[in-house]
Design a protein around this ligand. Structure first.
Ligand SMILES: C=C(O[C@@H]1C=C(C(=O)O)C=C[C@H]1O)C(=O)O
Length: 87
């Protein structure tokens, strides 16, 4: 394994992350279309954060890092939904 191999693997993971984020954004859009009461469902967001922290802890990722990343993802998802709703 050399630096180039490692960077290729990092790039492949980034491509998967972007694909998953696009898929996630489509599902959130569906949630809003199919009955979510509010775009900014705070309680649901806090459940997601707690679950993500738990999963991170069990997979060797610092929970505070997972929380920060997911708070940013959630904020962007909500902002996207608000823009699309013209809010
Ligand atoms: C409207 C919803 O989705 C919004 C987006 C979320 C997300 O990105 O996971 C979570 C809660 C809501 O802020 C919902 O799931 O009820």
């Amino acid at each position: 394994m050399n630096l180039e191999d490692i960077r290729l693997q990092v790039d492949a993971i980034d491509a998967r992350i972007v694909g998953l984020l696009a898929q996630r954004a489509r599902l959130v859009r569906d949630a809003v279309r199919y009955g979510a009461e509010q775009i900014e469902a705070r309680e649901r967001q806090e459940q997601i954060i707690q679950h993500v922290r738990y999963m991170a802890e069990h997979q060797g990722l610092p929970p505070h890092m997972a929380e920060r990343i997911f708070r940013s993802i959630l904020a962007e998802m909500v902002a996207l939904e608000k823009r699309e709703a013209g809010l």
